[in-house]
Each structure stands twice: as C-alpha cells, then as structure tokens.
Design a protein around this ligand. Structure first.
Ligand code: UTP
Length: 471
C-alpha cells in the first residue's frame, strides 16, 4: 500500500485499495515525482462510489437486457405550420434578444476522435474562401447578433480537461475574434475513468488512468459547478441557446426558435430536420412512454426505425440537430439536488497498459466508457416544444475525416447556402444540379445571418466572381 503525507489524499488512496482498485498504483515504484503527481491528481477526481454503481448497472443490464420503451411520434411544429406562425414567434424572440435575455452556450468538450484533427475541433478551418475556423464562424454570428440587437450576448464555452488550455489559448491568439473578453466564459466538464469488463479501472499509461469527458450531458453539471449558471443569473440571462461545435450552419440564437420556446412556456426546446433515410445516424425526437424525449439512433430498434405512416412517410422522421433553448431556471432546478442525468454505457476497444507495463491496443471491445446526454434532461421538463427546420439552411456537421459529414460535405453545404441566399436576392450566380455554385464564394456572418439580410443588401453585392467574399 502506498503512503503519502496528505491525509485526505491518503484516505482516497486507501479507498482505492478497499474497492479493489489498488492495481492503479502498480507502477508507483517506477514513477518519478511528476508522474506520481499526475496520477494522484486524477485519483482525486474519481468518484469511486459512482464508478461502482455504474459498473453494477452495466452488469445488471447485461444479465437482464433492457425493455424497449413505447415510442410514438412527438408533436412537432412543422415547416408548413411555421409558415403561419413564424412572424409572431420571431417578434417574441427578437424582443427577448433585445432585452439581453439570451446567452449562447457552446459544448466543445468532445474528443473529435472521428475527425482525427490535432487540436480542438473548433480550431478546424472550414470556410471556402477565408478558411475561417468553426470558432471564428460561431464568434462572428454572435458578434453580428449583438450588433443587430444592440445587446450583449455572453458566450459560455464548455471544454474538457483534454482541450481546455488549447482552446483558451486559441481564443487569446485570435483576440477573441473581436468579442469582449469579459463576455466569453470558459469552463471544463468532468472526466470519467474507463473500466474493463471486470470493473477494474484501466490505465492508459503507468501513471495515468484512461479518462474521457462525461458526455455533453456533463454540461448541465459543469454549468453549475463552474459558477456559470450563477454568472448568468447575475447577468439577468433567462435563456441559453445550446449548440454543438461541429455544426457549421448553426443558426445561433435564432429568434423564431426562441419565440416558440417562450410562447409554449417550454423549459427546453429542440430543433429537428427530416431524416434522409431510416438508418441515418441521428437521434430521433419522439414520445417515450408518453413523454417527449430523444432516442439515440443506436437505441432505435429496427422495427421503429423503418416504421412508415399510411402515406408512406417515415414515422420517426424527426432527427435532432442537437440545438436547444434551455431555461436558466430549469438548469438551476436540475442541479439543486445534485446531478441527475442517467449514464449511458459504451463498450469500446480501449488502449491500456497491462500488468507488466506493456501498451496494448485491443482489436475487440475490452472496456466500458460512461457518458451522459444533454437530451435526457427532456425527461425532467414541465413542458417542451420541438420545431422543424430546413436542413440545408441549418445543419451540416463536421464529424468524419472523409465521406458523410466530412470537411468536403460541410464546405459544399456552406457554398450551397451562400449561393441560395445570393440567388434569392436576384444575384445571378451559376449553380449545378445539386446547387453548388460554379466558383468559390463566402458570405461573412457579419454581412448576413440569413437570406433576408442578403436581399436587404442587394445593392452592395458586386457581380459574382471567383473567391468573392462579402463582409
Ligand atoms: P460528438 O458526440 O459528435 O463527439 O459530440 P465528438 O467528440 O465531437 O466526436 P467523436 O465522437 O469523438 O468523433 C457532439 C458535440 O458534443 C460535444 C462535442 O464537442 C460536440 O460539440 N461534446 C461531446 C462535449 O462537449 N462533451 C462530451 O463529452 C462529448
């Protein structure tokens, strides 16, 4: 058993041994001081009771399986219905924006493993002409909104311990993209260790547990723990606009969406698009045992995934684009009595070091990761509203290196969006059958946030040309 001077820390170490996790100190004798400190700083963070509970839950589920919930389509404000109602909703949303009731909330704590980019995903360059990063694109939208509504929209950004320093440094280097530093607030989410299938914590290295961020649901806890929620209350913020770092088309603080949220006295609202095909990997918003919520694509059984309505359309069509408006008061309530979102398990092939200290890269799924999902908070709301949006206008996510949802598809979606906006303003720009313009163009969010802005500025637009950039 290892001994340290700090009494509290010693207690924690003793608890590791008592819980059968003493193997994490197996290489203590080989470690220098700095390496020991790294291990101990991780040890301090681990909630052993929680990890035991999560492992037990996983085992029970393995033995018993899970029963399928009863799913029905949810009530959704469709694009058709919006035609009549948008003007009212938009006016209400604009009022809330002008009154300074909104904050933007970006979750950027993910590991971006599928993209395989060295750095925070937000630092990935994505725009067609200026090669702006995702962070810059989001920042310029926030800046444009603040100018247009003559207000401050504070921006809260959740990172993880794995990318926090790099993210903050990136913003500093870019001078916060012209935003007021005091209105950009960073905080980190928690990390959770991974286990093998016998409930033993896995070591990524001789002096390091394998740890990963606790899922985007961890944002609800991190907002509270970091003091961000209290900061929002001080600033009189009532609504959070929640979005993900990888959606280049995200319409930050969309006034109509905010308006629907307020009109329906919703506590947490969501945006959906029509799934393109049944197997598309999108969570579906539907009624789960009578209550509106979200079923992850991996949890949607084959029968429901393919179910059709009598007119032949997909029954569960409403794919979530992970964009929400959430009440600050609701988030407060979610935390007041302790974090309550359920944990999900994922069996993964997790690299580790074996008893001899040799690194192992398993082919098969050898371990368990645990995550929480923000949409599970829908189960706790008193009311919610779901709004359909046009995919081409609002959703194109950067997930993969190649193929679907890759840099190529995102750039093309941006190009199509800019070309559509220009053409709707009567600008003559040739496009191919898929709507792609004949040449590279880019419209800064500071020039236009939507087609209507382009129409209003028609006179300022020159004859379209290669690498045209409008700002
Ligand atoms: P994804 O689930 O797509 O994960 O995150 P990812 O980390 O970006 O990519 P992969 O799966 O490793 O390839 C969707 C959004 O949720 C955030 C991400 O940063 C992204 O904005 N997220 C995800 C967090 O903030 N924390 C997490 O623990 C997980």
């Amino acid at each position: 058993m290892i001994k340290v001077n700090d009494k509290l820390l010693q207690k924690k170490i003793d608890a590791f041994y008592a819980c059968g996790q003493g193997h994490v100190f197996r290489f203590w004798g080989d470690l220098n001081r700095e390496q020991r400190d790294t291990l101990l700083s991780q040890i301090k963070q681990v909630d052993l009771e929680l990890m035991e509970r999560l492992y037990d839950d996983w085992r029970k589920r393995e033995q018993k399986g899970t029963s399928l919930p009863n799913l029905e389509p949810a009530e959704i404000i469709t694009l058709d219905q919006r035609l009549k109602r948008d003007a009212e909703a938009r006016a209400i949303g604009e009022q809330a924006l002008s009154a300074g009731k909104l904050a933007a909330f970006l979750v950027a704590g993910g590991q971006g493993s599928r993209l395989g980019f060295d750095g925070p995903k937000g630092a990935f360059r994505i725009t067609p002409v200026k090669q702006k990063t995702l962070f810059q694109l989001h920042a310029e939208k926030i800046k444009a909104l603040s100018l247009s509504y003559k207000t401050v929209i504070p921006w809260y950004i959740m990172t993880s311990q794995a990318n926090h320093r790099q993210t903050v440094r990136f913003f500093e280097q870019q001078d916060y993209f012209g935003l007021e530093k005091a209105n950009v607030v960073f905080f980190s989410q928690e990390m959770l260790p991974a286990m093998d299938k016998h409930g033993k914590l896995l070591l990524a290295d001789k002096n390091r547990l394998f740890m990963s961020p606790n899922g985007h649901g961890g944002s609800i806890k991190a907002l509270w723990d970091s003091g961000a929620l209290a900061d929002m209350k001080r600033r009189n913020i009532a609504y959070l606009f929640y979005f993900q770092v990888d959606n280049a088309l995200t319409r930050i603080c969309d006034p109509a969406f905010i308006g629907y949220h307020i009109l329906h006295e919703s506590e947490m609202s969501g945006k959906v698009v029509r799934k393109r095909f049944p197997e598309e990997k999108m969570g579906v918003i539907c009624k789960i045992n009578g209550k509106t919520g979200l079923v992850e694509y991996s949890d949607l059984d084959e029968k429901n995934m393919r179910a059709k309505e009598s007119d032949g359309s997909l029954r569960f069509w409403a794919g979530s684009i992970a964009t929400h408006v959430i009440n600050v008061d609701f988030l407060w309530r979610e935390n007041e009595q302790g974090f309550r979102l359920p944990y999900h398990f994922a069996e993964k092939a997790i690299p580790y070091v074996d008893e001899k200290g040799n690194p192992v890269k398993p082919e098969d799924k050898n371990g368990l990761k645990f995550e929480t999902f923000v949409f599970d908070a829908l189960q706790d709301v008193r009311s919610t509203v779901t709004v359909e949006v046009e995919r081409e206008e609002e959703f194109s996510a950067l997930k993969n290196k190649e193929g679907l949802n890759s840099p190529k598809t995102v750039v093309e979606d941006l190009l199509r969006l800019y070309a559509r906006w220009l053409r709707s303003a009567g600008v003559d720009i040739p496009v191919n059958k898929t709507g792609l313009p004949a040449y590279n163009i880019e419209i800064s969010p500071l020039f236009a946030l939507e087609a209507e802005d382009v129409r209003k500025k028609r006179r300022q637009i020159p004859q379209p040309h290669k690498n045209m950039y409008l700002e």
